[in-house]
Design a binder for this molecule. Structure first.
Ligand code: NA7
Length: 541
């Protein structure tokens, strides 16, 4: 490695919620830690996703770090579901409180990483051609950080501004008086649509697939709720980590078939009124049994037809191609009501496919829709996109891209065979964004930190996943997914939104608690499935 490389024990890529906690934890353990971050501030996905209406779909009190009890005492969330600016302020607050920014190089995007087996270290290069060397590389690159801009014919002909929700320009974008076209009706789309529609705009929504969405029932946080949460925080943390989803909501333990039609209806009404993603837990088998799911899906479609006045628009908004909840369920603030506004029009791209983007219009097979501004709410190359964008080369110069040609292969979502000393935080094959990702992050970082402590204690300098353990884990991930209805949807969870991406279920669906137990067991069994060695000692021998 050239002499001019900047060296650290641990190099963290990314300063979102995963990167921040990794810096905190690994520094606390005495490592010399450096982080590289592409943006000019901390926050990761909450830094980039500053589109109108951006909000988390997990309750703010639960979508919070648990590692620092003081943080819980001093941070006052102001709403049941936090908006992006508040979440970003929280990330900044955590960074300041723990003096993390001095370990971060901002405006520094990593382009490649190569393992030098002789030196037993990773050599990392940025797009500015800066060089870094480290013993351990921690990829905290995020699961929804690599935006997907579809290859729409004529996109470059468009004369007005084009904004992707995941790379929204900082500062106010003035849409007033504009004809706004938006493509995409996933979580980002529905949040943007519901918010932008309230401005003085003519909004045309281009929908390819309708999505299920449940009311958020957001409300201001009260002092009572905050105080109660703080008083019971320790117990809440225990319960959060003991849960499947990393969220505290009741999961009905009764299968749909054991309820009468009236009971099912009442249970669904209750959850609809309560608001939020717990709707998908109305029956214990809602996400595993097609009939159980169909009760909830029919109910949600009825709600759409009740809310949306124009019958054709209502019909177009009713999802029929996937079981409810198998694409990430959207959680909205009066999304369907938006279509009753005179300034909002829905275009069903299944009925009239998009032909091209023109200079100042979106053209479908049925007509041309004028637009001054184009918003792409077209999603992400989820889970693997940001990792594979970096040219990562492991043992023998083999690339991660090639190793994952037929889908990502990891052991516990933490490491990939052939790539020693490279850890992934919320990587493919881990619970990641299938659960409350903040807890998934803490769980992963804690495991990595303990692992590095254990390596040090036994004088080891290299850890690598065994291929056989990895093969079994890949199979376990597939088996868990196959127990559910999730693989039935053409979602980003299976890579279906990215042309050419192998169709593999990307996340471990066994739940946060079960996954945590597996990781602990692996560790307690001498890191079973990993090869650990002291490279210097091997060389001497
Ligand atoms: P999603 O959920 O992947 O949604 C992307 C949307 O964009 C979805 O409606 C897509 O339709 C649509 N899309 C993508 N490409 C096209 C083209 N070429 N033409 C028309 N429509 C298209 O991403 P989000 O950003 O909304 O949400 C991601 C996560 O971020 C979310 O779950 C939250 O956790 C935060 P499709 O369904 O593919 O037909």
């Amino acid at each position: 490695m050239p002499e001019n490389a900047t060296r650290s024990d641990v190099l963290v890529v990314g300063a979102g919620f995963a990167g921040l906690y990794a810096i905190y934890k690994l520094r606390k353990d005495g490592h010399n830690v450096l982080a590289l971050e592409a943006g000019d501030g901390v926050g990761g996905v909450w830094y980039w996703n500053c589109y109108p209406g951006a909000r988390c779909d997990i309750e703010s009190l639960q979508y919070s770090y648990t590692f620092d009890p003081e943080l819980v005492k001093e941070w006052d969330w102001t709403e049941r579901y936090a908006q992006q600016p508040e979440i970003l302020s929280y990330a900044r607050h955590v960074a300041r409180r723990h003096d993390l920014e001095r370990h971060i190089r901002f405006n520094t995007r990593v382009s490649s990483a190569r393992f030098d087996a002789g030196a037993n270290e990773w050599h990392v290069v940025t797009v500015q051609d800066e060089l870094f060397a480290c013993r351990y590389l921690v990829m905290a690159t995020g699961c929804l950080s690599e935006g997907q801009v579809p290859d729409l014919p004529g996109l470059h002909d468009f004369k007005g501004p084009i904004y992707h929700t995941g790379a929204w320009p900082r500062g106010k974008v003035d849409l007033n008086g504009k004809r706004v076209a938006i493509i995409g009706t996933g979580s980002s789309g529905i949040q943007t649509i519901s918010t932008v529609a309230k401005e003085d705009v003519q909004l045309t929504v281009f929908q390819r697939t309708p999505n299920f969405s449940v009311p958020m029932r957001n409300r201001p946080m009260t002092q009572d709720v905050l105080s109660d949460w703080r008083a019971k925080h320790q117990a809440h943390v225990r319960d959060l980590y003991a849960s499947k989803s990393g969220q505290l909501f009741d999961i009905n333990a009764v299968p749909a078939a054991e309820m009468t039609a009236e009971q099912r209806k009442a249970a669904l009404e209750e959850r609809w009124a309560f608001g939020g993603p717990s709707f998908t837990r109305t029956f214990t088998d809602l996400l595993t049994d097609e009939t159980a799911n169909s009760y909830a899906a029919d109910f949600a479609r009825d709600k759409i037809r009740e809310i949306v006045k124009d019958p054709q628009t209502a019909a177009d908004l009713c999802p029929t191609d996937h079981p409810l909840g198998t694409k990430r369920i959207c959680v909205d603030l009066e999304y369907f009501q938006t279509y009753n506004r005179p300034n909002v029009k829905l275009v069903n791209l299944r009925r009239e496919p998009l032909e091209r983007i023109a200079e100042n219009a979106v053209v479908t097979t049925a007509g041309s829709y004028p637009a001054d501004v184009l918003i792409l709410a077209t999603g992400y190359d989820a889970v693997t996109g940001a990792l594979l964008k970096i040219d990562i080369r492991g043992l023998g110069g083999d690339s991660l891209h090639d190793a994952w040609q037929e889908g990502p292969r990891t052991y516990l979502g933490l490491m990939s065979a052939g790539f020693p000393n490279l850890f992934m935080i919320t990587g493919p094959g881990s619970p990641s964004i299938a659960v409350n990702v903040i807890l998934a992050i803490e769980q992963h970082v804690d495991w990595v930190a303990r692992c590095l402590r254990d390596l040090k204690a036994c004088g080891a300098t290299r850890i690598e996943a065994e291929k056989t353990a990895q093969d079994k884990w890949v199979e376990a991930v597939r088996e868990e997914a196959d127990k559910t209805l999730f693989p039935k949807a053409n979602s980003f969870y299976v890579g279906a939104n990215i042309p050419g991406k192998p169709r593999v279920f990307l996340l471990y669906l066994g739940g946060l608690a079960a996954y945590g137990e597996i990781c602990t067991r692996v560790r307690d069994n001498g890191y079973r499935g990993f090869v650990i060695e002291n490279v210097a000692a091997r060389k001497e021998a």
